[in-house]
Each structure stands twice: as C-alpha cells, then as structure tokens.
Design a protein around this ligand. Structure first.
Ligand SMILES: *Cc1c(COP(=O)(O)O)cnc(C)c1O
Length: 315
C-alpha cells in the first residue's frame, strides 16, 4: 500500500487525497495557531478488525486544544469520531494506522497576532504506522540543553503545533550529538518529558512519572500505563517532580506516547540504566499495552473503537 490513503476528510467531506489542495500563498503564518491529535489504530489479524485506541479521550483533548488556542469548534466531536471511523473504512485500512486530525484557522490569516473568531478548518489524514512495541531495542537518550516550554509561554499540555519547534530543536540536537532521543527539563530544572513522548522511571519497584504541572503534555498513553501498572501489576505509581539525577540511578526508564508507544531507554547521558537491558516492568507494561491495543484478551473494551473494516467491504 502507498503511504498516502485513498481518501481523507476535509471540512465536512470525504474526498480523494489528490483533490485536497490549498494555494501556496496559504503557507506561512496559517499554521502557527494550528492544533492536532495523534491517534493510533491497530490491526488484529485474528479478528480481521482494526481497533482505534482511546478515540474518545483523543477527541476530548482535540476539543481542549481548540479551546486553549481559541479556535472555534465548528464540528462536534461525535461528528469527527464518525468521520474517522468512516475514513478508515473507506481506505480499507488493514494495518496499524496513524490518524492525524488537524484544526487551523481558515481564511487569509492577514491579522497574524490578534486573530480570533472566524472559522476553523479541519483535516483528517491517515497513514500506515507499524507498531514497534516489544521490538527488544533499547534507546540512548541525553538530557537536552534546551528547556521545555512552560505554561506561561505556550500551553505544553495540549497538541499546539507551535510547541513542536521546541521538540524539534531538542530532537535535532540529540541526533547530531549521537543519541537516539532526548529528555527535556522544565523551567524549574525538573524532568518534564521528551518533547513528543512522556517519561516514566522505575525506582525500587515504584513507577514514577512527572505530574501534569511539570510542563508535560497530558498524555493518554501515560494515563493508560498508570492504570495498567496499578490495576494489573499492583504497582505503586507516584506522580511528582523528578530530578535529573534520578534518571541516572533509576532501575528502568522508558518513554511513552501514541507515536513512542513504549520506548525503553537503556542509557541516559551515557549512564547505563539498570544493567543496560530492557527491565522487567518495562517489558510487562509493553505486553499489557500490546494486548490492549489489539484487543487480544478482550480486556478494557472501552479503550477500543472497532472500525468494522471487514463489514464495510462486505456491505
Ligand atoms: C502526543 C504527545 C505526547 C504523548 O501523548 P499521548 O496522548 O500518549 O500520545 C507526549 N508529549 C508530547 C509533546 C506530545 O505531543
């Protein structure tokens, strides 16, 4: 299958991918105020079904992102959820798929700074994105020399497109310095997150993660892992400020998010984490998450929206 879908959804209509174009003069300031969501759907070959992970929570956050950036909400979240399911059916998506709704201000964008009101335009695009959960790969991270954006700069807790310039600088620095990825400290000098994924660590059998006032994005994967760690593994989970040096002496460290899924870190700033292997709690959480994503054991059905791909073709 090609990397672009046959159809996408734009401003109330499903349309062919080739037909959804904008004029080149729309580039530039138009996207400064945009917000987006990143959602994954997982293919279960035994069920011949595609499951969207926590669609309700993702679209609740989409609405909160629009509200914070003062974008008028022009479609109900129920309409958008239906549009997503219909789009995956139309594209006959039978593989792990990334779904990216994007909202931005329509019109000429001449006013740049003070623009409020007007209309929001919404685009929903999908593309294949295979899972890398349980790949067995450990990643190296550094602590970035950049500081994470703070709540009085731009709202870190939502998926505001402009926020990602910060994450981009962090990612580029990490790569040029020979690391796989990076963690970022907040303005208080405490560990925030990765700029595109949250972070969790294991110390003495407890799962620890920066709380939602540490300039983190309010991650749905992080929330799912907190629930799974408590309810399935009986672990104590602590949400609190985390010091940089706690990373270095942790037994296990991993990043988590829709794109990152669980990304185990086996070194931070060249300090070996634990014994340098992926730790047992990380591994167990990967298995639990993988099961929830694919609906294998049937646990937590309210976290999955079945798309009905097979039924759509039979229709
Ligand atoms: C999307 C994102 C995450 C992870 O959030 P999920 O809801 O788990 O996908 C973490 N940090 C940033 C900056 C993000 O954009």
């Amino acid at each position: 299958m090609s990397q672009h879908p046959q159809y996408l959804w734009w401003n109330g209509k499903q349309m062919r991918w080739e037909d959804a174009t904008v004029h080149v003069t729309a580039l530039g300031w138009s996207t400064v105020g945009a917000i987006f969501e990143g959602i994954r759907a997982y293919w279960n070959p035994d069920h011949q079904e595609l499951y969207i992970f926590r669609l309700d929570e993702h679209m609740e956050r989409f609405e909160r992102s629009m509200k914070l950036m003062r974008l008028p909400v022009t479609y109900s979240m129920d309409e958008l959820k239906r549009a997503i399911v219909d789009l995956l059916r139309a594209n006959d998506s039978r593989e792990d798929t990334y779904i990216r709704p994007l909202a931005y201000r329509g019109g000429s964008g001449q006013r740049r700074f003070s623009e409020t009101g007007g209309t929001s335009e919404i685009l929903i695009n999908t593309h294949p994105m295979p899972t890398h959960l349980l790949s067995g790969r450990g990643y190296s991270a550094c602590v970035s020399s950049w500081t994470r954006i703070s709540d009085n700069v731009m709202p870190p807790r939502v998926k505001n497109i402009s926020n990602y310039r910060n994450g981009q600088l962090v990612g580029m620095e990490a790569e040029l310095n020979g690391y796989d990825t990076a963690l970022i400290l907040n303005t208080q000098g405490k560990v925030a997150e990765g700029g595109g994924a949250c972070v969790m660590l294991v110390r003495d059998g407890k799962l620890i993660t920066p709380d939602v006032t540490q300039s983190i994005l309010e991650s749905i994967t992080r929330d799912a892992l907190i629930v799974l760690a408590r309810q399935e593994l009986g672990l104590e989970v602590v949400e609190r400020a985390v010091d940089r040096t706690e990373l270095y002496i942790a037994d296990e460290v991993f990043m988590c998010g829709t794109a990152a899924e669980i990304t185990p870190l086996t070194s931070v700033d060249r300090y070996t984490i634990g014994n340098g292997e992926i730790g047992p709690i990380t591994r167990k959480l990967e298995e639990l998450l993988d099961d929830c994503f694919h609906g294998r054991s049937g646990a937590r059905p309210n976290w999955r929206t079945p798309v009905g791909v097979a039924a759509a073709v039979a229709d």
